[in-house]
Design a protein around this ligand. Structure first.
Ligand code: RAM
Length: 546
């Protein structure tokens, strides 16, 4: 009898303990399994050796992007034939690379009787190796900038710079040497990495050359960002962000089709969600997968995860994975309800006050009320569509009601029928972002959507997109409401504009009217090979009319 009682108390204790753990950590039971699955889906990195093509000269040119262009002056081999006596040389690898850089040196006169010091500056664009970095005015770590000082203690030497680099150009400066000897370079190379292991189908041969070029540069951008996760940029921040993953996965699904990478990222993010089960905006892979402690909760990225999960299902039909992760998607639908007002409007000011990060775009001036309302509606619709595909509608039975309530509220409170535009915030701000997200959320019908997207172009005061991320949604909105020709023109003007300014890969930030724009107060720290800029690949390949 006593042992039975003891058994009973132990069981009660266990139940209490388990319920306590799961109350503390929403996905506590699943995390380890999800991490394991993320690890199993990790793609091998394909390594290739690349060598420099040319020695170039930096030329100041006010008509060039950010004021600098390069001029080829010699083949790269010329570097190996004579002593390095110049103060600086710029080497051009001919294409954007992501990988480890190695150089070899040997004595070319006398005996190396003292150490030699060199500075290497790696740049994705010419201005990055031409602009002095100090005093550094930027808001992100100065160390993102890729300059490395190397002291060589003896010759000959072969040295690999430890950090992985993203670059096309290398500026080499001689900082110190003894007068008793000279040295020369005997070789240099970059061991590049990517998880892309195939070449996507060529575009129809009748495709105009400019579209082919935009596609090619978009593919190069995507390939460089596809490492062992979808990175946002191989130079910076070199990690997995949900917003970037969503767009990269879209482009990947119609090009490289490396679905394992998408699966890995979806699992990683799920495994590293916070203890309430909310997805965190970005995660790091090494040394152990982890999220950023104390980072603000980027609300709309957590919602876009669901869209990425739905797209993954459509691309792969991998029901097992999607069912496994469905509870995560379902959980993300809880947060929007926290600040949903009785009238159907999302209280974006309250969410902001609570410390949530409402991103939408890098534009500082943007009022985000309409955009966030649209993103919530859009992601709820997509989540419900996913639920239907999985036969799980009953688990999110409240979504259709919330969707129609929020849509009605948006129409009632944000739509200016006269002008045919959506307005946002207390000052009734007009922006591209608001029109795009209201259209994507399906708040306006086809005619109204077309009207809004056409009208916005004539609004002198309209807040323009600050980065390619928002351009993507603006173009997606045009395609959604049948403005195929306008979508095509916008893509050509915007991404074609980067090409005309010499882009090898598409950029994190691009304002056709201001080459020096930077969200980080210093344009060289911008990323010039950035995931969220690769989506012309998706537009061109998914929509033949583009
Ligand atoms: C940038 C990152 C990333 C983006 C976030 C919001 O700093 O590089 O691309 O998702 O901001």
């Amino acid at each position: 009898m006593r042992s039975l009682r003891r058994f009973f108390f132990i069981c009660c204790g266990l139940v209490f303990f388990i319920s306590k753990i799961s109350a503390q950590d929403f996905f506590g039971q699943q995390r380890a399994g999800w991490l394991k699955k993320a690890e199993e889906a990790k793609p091998p990195l394909i390594k290739t050796i690349k060598r420099p093509q040319h020695i170039v000269q930096l030329v100041k040119d006010t008509t060039a992007f950010q004021g600098w262009r390069t001029l080829r002056i010699n083949p790269a081999d010329s570097l190996y034939h004579s002593s390095f006596t110049k103060t600086a040389v710029v080497v051009d690898f001919g294409e954007h690379l992501t990988g480890h850089y190695t150089f070899s040196l040997a004595t070319s006169r006398g005996t190396a009787d003292g150490p030699l010091r060199l500075r290497f500056t790696f740049g994705e664009v010419p201005s990055e190796v031409a602009t002095p970095f100090d005093p550094y005015p930027g808001s992100l770590s100065r160390a993102w900038l890729q300059d490395e000082v190397i002291t060589v203690m003896e010759l000959p030497a072969t040295i690999t710079i430890p950090r992985r680099l993203a670059f096309r150009y290398v500026k080499i400066e001689l900082l110190a040497i003894s007068s008793h000897y000279d040295f020369r370079f005997t070789g240099m190379e970059c061991l590049t990495t990517t998880s892309v292991n195939n070449i996507p189908a060529p575009l129809n041969s009748a495709t105009p050359q400019l579209i082919k070029d935009i596609d090619k540069t978009g593919l190069a951008t995507l390939k460089e960002c596809m490492q062992s996760v979808y990175e946002d940029g191989p130079k910076r921040d070199r990690r997995l962000w949900i917003g970037d993953l969503y767009l990269e996965a879209l482009a990947n699904a119609c090009s490289f089709k490396n679905h394992h990478l998408t699966k890995r990222c979806l699992y990683l993010l799920a495994a590293l969600s916070d203890e309430n089960g909310a997805l965190l905006s970005n995660v790091f892979e090494t040394p152990e997968p982890h999220a950023e402690v104390g980072a603000p909760f980027l609300f709309e990225y957590s919602l876009l995860y669901n869209v990425a999960l739905k797209d993954y299902f459509i691309a792969t039909n991998d029901r097992k994975t999607v069912l496994d992760l469905w509870p995560v998607a379902k959980r993300q639908m809880e947060n929007p309800k926290k600040y949903l007002k009785a009238d159907g409007m999302f209280d974006y000011a309250a969410a902001k006050k609570a410390g949530w990060w409402l991103f939408v775009d890098w534009s500082k001036a943007l009022d985000k009320q309409a955009s966030i309302q649209g993103i919530i509606i859009y992601s709820m619709k997509q989540t419900y569509a996913l639920a239907k595909l999985l036969g799980k509608e009953d688990e999110v039975a409240d979504l259709p009601g919330i969707i129609s309530k929020m849509s009605d509220a948006a129409k009632r409170n944000l739509y200016d029928k006269e002008r045919g535009l959506f307005l946002s915030g207390p000052d009734k701000q007009i922006s591209y972002a608001s029109q795009a997200w209201m259209v994507l959320g399906g708040v306006a019908d086809k005619a109204e959507s077309q009207k809004a997207l056409k009208a916005i172009k004539n609004e002198k005061e309209a807040v323009h997109p600050g980065a390619p991320y928002l351009y993507h949604y603006y173009i997606a909105a045009m395609l959604e409401c049948g403005l195929q020709q306008e979508a095509k023109e916008t893509m050509i003007n915007y991404w074609g504009g980067m090409l005309a300014k010499g882009a090898d890969t598409f950029w994190e930030v691009y304002d056709p009217t201001n080459d020096f724009l930077s969200p980080y107060r210093f344009y060289p720290v911008n990323s010039y090979c950035h995931a969220w800029s690769c989506t012309p690949v998706y537009f061109i390949r998914k929509y033949p009319e583009v």
